[in-house]
Design a protein around this ligand. Structure first.
Ligand SMILES: Nc1ncnc2c1ncn2[C@@H]1O[C@H](COP(=O)(O)OP(=O)(O)OP(=O)(O)O)[C@@H](O)[C@H]1O
Length: 517
């Protein structure tokens, strides 16, 4: 099992890009430039605290440090990989916009993991994970110095599980964001089914298993974490007293790695036996043979004893190539639901709800309806971009009360698709082609050889080769584990057909446009 902890100093050395940018290592020197950067960092930290509130700030940002600052790149460090990915996933846009507001030349903010100052580290992240950087729900199970991590988990679990959990918090696991509830989750055509399934699970009693496992997948930033945490937040309030565990795959890896190190995996496994609902987020990050083996056992044990499991990932279960085939196969045994990108109405509603929440803190805040509508029309990629756009809007309005649509366009240019062309994903190609030819995505990657499936499948393979940098073998794998010669044959066949069939060539142009939308 390997946990990715790269030292900030190791990253700095030999990093030509950084040298070219003339980065200043703030820990090493004490000149005027450093002072200026420290002041900038202090100012951004103060604004961040004001924006997210002192509790969230204390939970996530209290241990954020400035590592280096070049002309256009700011590098910050945190003590753990877990914290890095949490901040990257949820707050990077906000932090970047705060730096940019102070210094327009800053293009990028990077979060690194600092490990250089640790002495006698036994397993990466152990102490830091249960440090003050974590919210109370996790910190509650911090172990006393002489206690092993496994004992601590067992203690935490048995202490609560003995008398069923008190309402309001999961047994243990990754921290829950209290804002992520069903009430704040906007419903629309792109997520209706997954939301209905999620609510059914949160409302069911122990043992009343539905759609098991429920597997929710989508591209980044489309609300999977929000939905999973909404299940957890609702389930812990379930009057039938569900024992709930919400974990990111990364957190699961850390827990098991620590327990294995302490020869305490059995205690940890025993404690997980008693739960009613296991929710695992970001499944695509589950790595390592031993950890996957443990996860497979846990999954089998829970599913076989009719305990509900909910999983989310950035791709469908059959596309999780790095997963142990046994885990993949169990995950495929339930129901997989894809959440698609929100439409205009949903995007507008998300922005309106954000505004309502922001107004609780600042009743004077007012963003004209036409600005919100404009943002909902232009920022189409994901809920995360929308959140970044909203934060940017709120922040700017405090300096520029008369924001015009043109100014908003300028400020949000990086979110409105003026930058890099969007990277096309094979899943998107499969989804668009499947919908166009009225077949399912699963049929496209299946072994079925009927004409109605074979042609769309060949077209999807052709598009995968022409619109992505993927190799023939890789495309073969993404199409149900086919050989690369099958993909080669499909690409040649479609090329040949296009050259003599104008209707097909127009159809393919249309598909390309739909995929790039
Ligand atoms: N339907 C929705 N209603 C309200 N907010 C939403 C919705 N969809 C996404 N969001 C918001 O968009 C942001 C990103 O969502 P979230 O982190 O849940 O995405 P994700 O799919 O888990 O992303 P990733 O794949 O990167 O983990 C969050 O602030 C979330 O609240």
């Amino acid at each position: 099992m390997q946990i990715n902890t790269m030292t900030a100093s190791a990253l700095g050395k030999g990093d030509n890009a950084q040298q070219a940018l003339g980065a200043v290592c703030l820990e090493a020197a004490g000149d005027k430039g450093d002072m200026k950067h420290s002041v900038l960092f202090e100012r951004v930290s103060a604004r961040l605290k004001a924006q997210v509130g002192p509790d969230v700030y204390a939970s996530w940002f209290a241990r954020l440090k400035l590592h280096s600052h070049s002309k256009s790149v700011v590098r910050l460090t945190v003590p753990t990989t877990f914290l890095k990915s949490w901040i990257n996933n949820r707050y990077l846009d906000l932090i970047t916009s705060l730096f940019q507001a102070e210094d327009a030349e800053i293009l990028k903010v990077e979060i690194l993991v600092r490990t250089a100052t640790r002495h006698g580290v036994k397993a990466p992240g152990v102490d830091e994970q249960t440090s003050s950087a974590e919210p109370a729900s996790v910190a509650q199970i911090r172990r006393p110095a002489a206690q092993t991590a496994g004992q601590a988990v067992a203690h935490a679990v048995s202490a609560v599980a003995a008398a069923r959990p008190s309402f309001g918090s999961p047994l243990f696991g990754s921290p829950l964001d209290t804002r992520y509830t069903f009430d704040t989750y906007v419903e629309g055509s792109s997520n209706r089914i997954s939301l209905a399934a999620a609510k059914t699970i949160a409302e069911a009693g122990p043992g009343a298993v539905r759609f098991n496992p429920l597997f929710v997948h989508s591209s980044v930033g489309l609300g999977k974490t929000h939905l999973l945490q909404a299940i957890a937040n609702a389930a812990v309030q379930n009057p039938r007293g569900l024992r709930v565990v919400y974990l990111t795959a990364e957190y699961f890896m850390w827990r098991f790695a620590t327990a294995i190190r302490d020869n305490d995996a059995l205690t940890l496994k025993d404690s997980l036996r008693n739960i009613d609902l296991l929710i695992i987020d970001d499944m695509q990050f589950l790595q390592g043979k031993m950890i996957q083996h443990e996860f497979c056992h846990l999954l089998n044990m829970l599913l076989d004893s009719a305990k509900q499991v909910v999983v989310a990932a950035d791709r469908a279960p059959w596309e999780l190539e790095s997963l142990d085939p046994r885990v993949r196969s169990r995950l495929q045994g339930g129901v997989a639901i894809e959440v698609e990108a929100p439409d205009y109405e949903m995007r507008l509603e998300i922005l309106k709800r954000r505004l309502d929440v922001a107004r609780v803190d600042d009743p004077s805040l007012d963003i004209p309806a036409e600005l919100l509508q404009h943002v909902a029309r232009s920022v189409t990629a994901s809920g995360r971009e929308l959140e970044g756009a909203f934060n940017q809007l709120v922040f700017r309005r405090s300096f520029e009360p008369n924001l015009t649509i043109e100014r908003v366009d300028e400020l949000l240019a990086h979110l409105v698709g003026s930058g890099e062309p969007r990277r096309v994903r094979i899943e998107d190609i499969q989804r668009v082609v499947a919908r166009h030819y009225n077949v399912s995505r699963q049929e496209l990657v299946s072994n079925r050889r009927t004409r109605v499936i074979v042609k769309p499948r060949q077209i999807a393979m052709y598009l995968a080769k022409t619109l992505t940098p993927r190799s023939f073998p890789e495309i073969g794998r993404r199409f149900g584990g086919r050989d690369h010669t099958t993909v080669l044959h499909a690409v040649r066949k479609i090329e040949e057909l296009i050259s003599g069939d104008t209707k097909l060539s127009h159809e393919i142009e249309l598909l390309k446009r739909l995929i790039n939308e």
